[in-house]
Each structure stands twice: as C-alpha cells, then as structure tokens.
Design a protein around this ligand. Structure first.
Ligand code: GAL
Length: 659
C-alpha cells in the first residue's frame, strides 16, 4: 500500500474506531449498520431475502444473514482487524424468474474472491476468505450474465467476520472538497474552437456555427470556402449547400478589438457524418415529461448566451414526450397519435415543429428529435411502429438533424429474449430511411447495449449507440461504466461512436413547474472526472442538465476548450486502459498531433498516488506535461508523472515528447 493510502486510512480509522486487541470474536454481517449499502432496488434485509421472505437457497434455509439485490455494494473499514470472512452465498429461492448474481470481495483495490455467476437452483456456496491485513473491504453482489436483473436477489447467508483487532465498521467517505474552479476564464480576444474536421453529404443543406470564445462583436472571415457555402461574417455561421464530394480545407479567421485567431477546418463532403463525436444538449434530465416548445427555444438561446455553443455544443435535442399520449396528467399532451393521413402529431406543447427548428437553425444550431420503434415511447407517448417511412420523412420535413431511436415498447414486438435479427430489425429499417432524406440526420441507437450493438450499430447506419442502461440510475458506477465503455474502444471510429450516455452534472430539472431543480448526485471532483473520462473516450458530449440553472462551476466543467479538444480530436480514438488495480487505472489516448492525453483515474474510496510511467505507456525519453484542467504547462518530466488523485477523481494531462 502506498503512503497516501495508508495515511488516509489511518486518519479515517482513528476518527471512527478505537483499537481492540481482544481474542477472536465473531461479528455477524447482519449486526452491522447496513444503512450505507448501495443496492439496485430496495434496501438490504436482515435475516430475510430482498423480498422479505425467509432466507433460502436451493431449498436450504438459513436463520440469519443479509438479503440484497444486485448491484449491491457495501464498503467496510476493517483497519487490519479481521482474520476471515465466512458466508454461504447464492441466489435466493424467492427469485421467480431467471436471475444470476456474482459475489465478490475487493480488498484494498484487489479482487480476493469472485464466485462467478450463481443462478436459480445452484447449490449454496460456502466461502471462507482470508482478510488478514486488509484495510478496506468491498462486498459486492453484481448482475450476472444473461439474467433479468429484476430477479437478482442475492443472499449473504450466515455471513460473519472473525475479528481479532478493530471491529468492522461501515466505511463512510470523507466529505468532499469545495467546488473549485480549475480553468482560467477565457480572455476577450477571439479563440476559435470546435471540430477540425466536419463531414456533410453533398447537395444537402449545410449549417455550421463556428464555435468561438471572445468578446463579441467578432468579425469572421474564411479562405477556401466552396462557392456553395456562405459565411455570415457577424454571426460566424456558415450555411448553404454542401458541395460536391471532396475535401475542402478552409481557413477560418476571427478578429475583434483585442486580437485575432485563425484555424483550419476541413470540410469532408461525402458519406460520413459525425467525423468527431457529436456535442449538444438533450432535455431529458432537465424537463422529462414537462418539455415544451418554449423550453427548447430557451435552451437554444441559453446555449449561445452561456458560451456552450462557443466551445462546440451545437445540437439542441428534444427527448421523449413531444408527441401525444393516450393518457397523461397534462391534458395538453393527450390526443390522437396521428392525423387521418397517418402523420404523427406533436402534442399541444409543441404547436409548430417547423417554426421550432427554424428558430434553432437561425442561431446556427441543430435540432434533434426522439422516437421509438415500438407503439409507445418509454414514457408512453406515440411513436413510430408501422409508420417508419412516414416518420422519417416528417422529421426531415420539420427540419430535424438528429434522431434518437429508443427501443422501449418494441420489446413487446419481439421474443423474450429477442434474437439478434429482432434486435437489429427496427434500426435496419430506420437507418436507411433517414439516409434517404434530403438532409443530414444523425442516427442515435438507444437500446441500452443489447445484442452487442457496438458490433453492428455502424452497419445499420447508426452514428452512435448507447453502450449501457441509463446512467441516471448508475451515477455511483461512473468509473465502472467508463471501463466498460472503454473496453469497446475498437468498435468506434470517426462516423460511428460508443455512447455511454449524457453528461449529468450541475442541476437536473425541477420536478414541478415553479420548483428549483436539484443538483445531480456527483460531487465536484466526480464532475471533473465525468468530463475527463468522457473526453478521453471520445464519447458524444450531450449535456442533459437544466440550462436555466447553469452556474459558474458547471460551466467551468463543461466548457474547458482543451478538454473538449481531446474529445474532438480528429483521430477519434477512445483511450486505452492500463490497469493499476481493480479500482485505479490510467487512460491513454493518442491525439492527431502525436501527443497523448493521459488520465490518472482513481475510482476507489480514498486518495491514491498514481503514476504514469513513460516506458510503461510506450513513450520514449523526457515528456512535456500540461495540466489540461488548469491549462498550465508543468514542464518536462524525465521518466514519469505522478500525482495525488482524490477519491473518484481523474487527473488529466497532455503529454508530448520533449524535442
Ligand atoms: C430511456 C432512455 C433515456 C430517455 C428515456 C425517455 O429509455 O434511455 O435516455 O430517453 O427513455 O423516456
């Protein structure tokens, strides 16, 4: 164990538990304070299964133990006081369908026990694990493969610690630090940002707002712009018709009373869109089923006034709840799904979709819409089943530039579990329909990663696909979600991206009109980590918080142009992971200029000193290191860069060989 870790533990330990040096004693898991257990649904049950029935595994009953539900995590501070952990584990007989759970023990970042999948009817397994010297223990019951997670009721039966020193106590994370603003404010002089390469289809409408920081008014100009495109010199918006197939190297210039900036933008007229991960805002976590036309217009305005658009966020996307529902608490959202001709109808909160996209486009931004291949969306609003071609044409006619297509009730149209063909079918249908429209429409596959969508998402014309469930319910697993997404790095490339879900920092929307929104669950360190991990992975960057509640800290996390440049790098590489232990790792991403972005990532519960050693990462000689969040050069480092990384933190650096 390194010094920082030992010190941190000593500190926590000295605060919570006096030393005991008695003879061996048995302490039962069910006697401990279980209020800090985090689990998928419900709360842990003492001497009962997760569903409140007596503990029973494959017909064998147990008088005591703890019933829980995956994913369940319980962190305990042992401080070296425990000898052994004994238990009998398995899936409780109360599971009425196919469940599978994996029990594991992590000791100071190292896996010391893994049960492998345990399913219905598997005999109870007795375990006896050596805990000598362990400081921090994590007891987990995780989703096993191929099961319905609703049935994952795992039991720690007869679970007990043999204790010779300090007694185990629940680990409570130390309070987090203040919301420190790390990035210097951009100056008044112009600074051109945004992608360096941009794909568009020949003959289609072209729209690109040049992301630029600096005091307005700014005067824009461009050299090498094809004649079919026009630059609005005051607004910095390029529009017109995408020229014939080919690469067009355009030099953009921006000037104001404080200075000038220039930058190359390569426009690639061809088949491939989304040459860099798309960026924007999606309303789901801000407005859910309260979203209105007025909120979407306000969002477009806020993206400009807040500066989000000046660093590249440019899609303004409506999520669920814009169509009619058969029933809803808001009568303005209730109505027929379609008109007599079969055209899908927006609800009365969206009086004129074309006028809405015109409003968004007039600001140089793009507009997104949402549907499901089923009869109803996830929130039970009308969607595209049986009307796919009509809806694709309608979305294009309304002027949308992005479709999120959410599996939802389509599961009722297929077998359980669905075959691969059934999983692909709705996307195979809609992808080419979008491609046939006379405008560029990005296609986002939202089906939570089923059927290894990363293996075929690009073949069904997808530009991005969610690699997992809603992060909204998994925010405490930020690092493991990132690790899973990064393990799929070989499946993404410019034009088609793994999507680990939205950026959920700052504030989510209020539950009722007139109320104030709540902050998302992540502390400031975790919010920086979120943005660092997503950028290292070249993930689509869609903010989904409440734009009306943006504060200086949230904007600081969202708008660091050097962090975004790592995400938007033209190579489109997702960082590779170099494991330090089960909870700490490095992320290393090659960038187009030959430099690397490196993240020192600490997913553990205590501060850790982590080192990026050049030889281990394949870098030759001394390296110049830049602190990306602080936008500050740290100088040359001969063999490694090491830093103290806070709990759930990422230190993000850019590393370049010294000449
Ligand atoms: C979920 C989807 C979310 C959001 C929601 C709307 O299935 O993953 O991102 O779109 O539906 O009901």
């Amino acid at each position: 164990m390194n010094h920082a870790r030992a010190f941190a533990l000593l500190l926590v330990f000295s605060l919570v538990s006096p030393l005991h040096l008695s003879a061996a004693e048995t302490i039962w898991l069910d006697q401990l304070d279980l209020s800090t257990v985090r689990q998928g649904t419900g709360a842990p049950q003492v001497n009962r299964s997760a569903r409140g029935t007596p503990l029973r595994i494959a017909g064998q009953s147990f008088a005591r133990g703890v019933g829980t539900h995956s994913n369940s995590n319980y962190r305990l501070l042992l401080a070296g006081g425990c000898e052994r952990f004994l238990a009998t584990i398995g899936l409780d007989d109360c599971a009425e369908g196919p469940g599978a759970v994996v029990f594991s023990l992590l000791a100071d970042g190292k896996k010391i026990y893994d049960s492998g999948p345990l399913k219905n009817g598997d005999a109870p397994r007795t375990i006896d694990v050596d805990l000598r010297g362990v400081q921090l223990l994590l007891l987990s019951v995780l989703h096993g493969p191929g099961a319905r997670t609703a049935f994952n009721h795992g039991d720690w039966a007869e679970a007990r610690f043999i204790v010779t020193g300090a007694k185990p106590v629940p680990f409570v994370a130390p309070p987090h630090g203040p919301a420190e603003i790390l990035t210097p404010k951009p100056g008044p002089e112009p600074h051109l940002n945004g992608p360096r390469v941009y794909g568009a289809r020949p003959g289609h409408p072209f729209l690109f707002r040049i992301p630029t920081q600096g005091a307005r008014p700014i005067e824009f100009s461009a050299e090498g712009l094809p004649p079919s495109l026009h630059l609005d010199a005051a607004a910095g918006i390029i529009s017109g018709t995408t020229p014939d197939r080919g690469d067009y190297t355009v030099t953009l210039h921006a000037g104001n009373g404080h200075g000038r900036d220039s930058r190359i933008l390569k426009i690639v007229a061809g088949d491939t869109l989304a040459l860099t991960p798309s960026m924007g805002w999606n309303d789901w976590y801000a407005h859910t089923d309260r979203v209105t036309d007025a909120m979407m217009r306000a969002a477009a305005d806020l993206m400009i006034s807040s500066g989000l658009a000046d660093v590249g966020y440019d899609y303004v996307n409506i999520d669920d709840c814009w169509s009619n529902a058969p029933t809803h608490r808001d009568p303005q959202r209730v109505g027929p799904a379609r008109d007599a001709a079969g055209n899908i109808l927006p609800n009365r909160r969206f009086p004129d979709m074309k006028a809405l996209t015109d409003y968004i486009h007039a600001r140089g931004l793009k507009a997104g819409i949402y549907s499901s291949p089923g009869e109803l969306t996830c929130a039970k609003f009308a969607s595209s089943w049986g009307h796919e071609a009509q809806d694709a044409a309608q979305f294009a006619a309304w002027g949308f530039d992005f479709l999120k297509y959410d599996w939802c009730s389509y599961r009722l149209k297929v077998g359980s579990p669905p075959s691969l063909d059934e999983m692909q079918r709705p996307y195979r249908l809609m992808g080419p329909l979008l491609r046939q429209q006379n405008r560029d429409i990005l296609f986002n596959l939202c089906q939570y990663g089923i059927g290894d969508v990363w293996k075929w998402g690009a073949d069904v014309d997808g530009h991005s696909w969610r690699t997992g469930g809603d992060l909204g319910y998994e925010l405490d697993r930020l690092f493991s979600v990132a690790l899973k997404n990064a393990s799929l790095r070989d499946y993404q490339k410019p034009g088609s991206w793994n999507d680990p879900d939205y950026l959920q920092i700052g504030f989510m929307g209020p539950n009722k009109p007139g109320e104030k929104g709540k902050p998302f669950a992540l502390n400031p360190t975790e919010q920086y980590a979120f943005m660092s991990l997503w950028s290292l992975m070249a993930a689509p960057l869609f903010y989904s918080g409440d734009l009306t509640a943006l504060d200086e800290f949230t904007l600081n996390v969202l708008c660091n142009r050097e962090v975004i440049a790592i995400d938007q790098d033209p190579l489109g590489e997702c960082a590779r992971v170099v494991k330090v232990d089960e909870e700490c790792f490095l992320m290393v991403k090659l960038l187009e200029d030959g430099s690397h972005a490196v993240g020192l990532c600490n997913g553990s519960e205590i501060p850790q000193r982590l080192a990026a050693r050049w030889t281990e990462l394949g870098f030759a000689g001394a390296q110049l290191v830049r602190d990306v969040w602080r936008q500050k050069d740290l100088g040359p480092f001969a063999t490694e860069f090491a830093a103290e990384v806070p709990r759930h933190g990422v230190v993000l650096i850019r590393v370049q060989a010294q000449k």
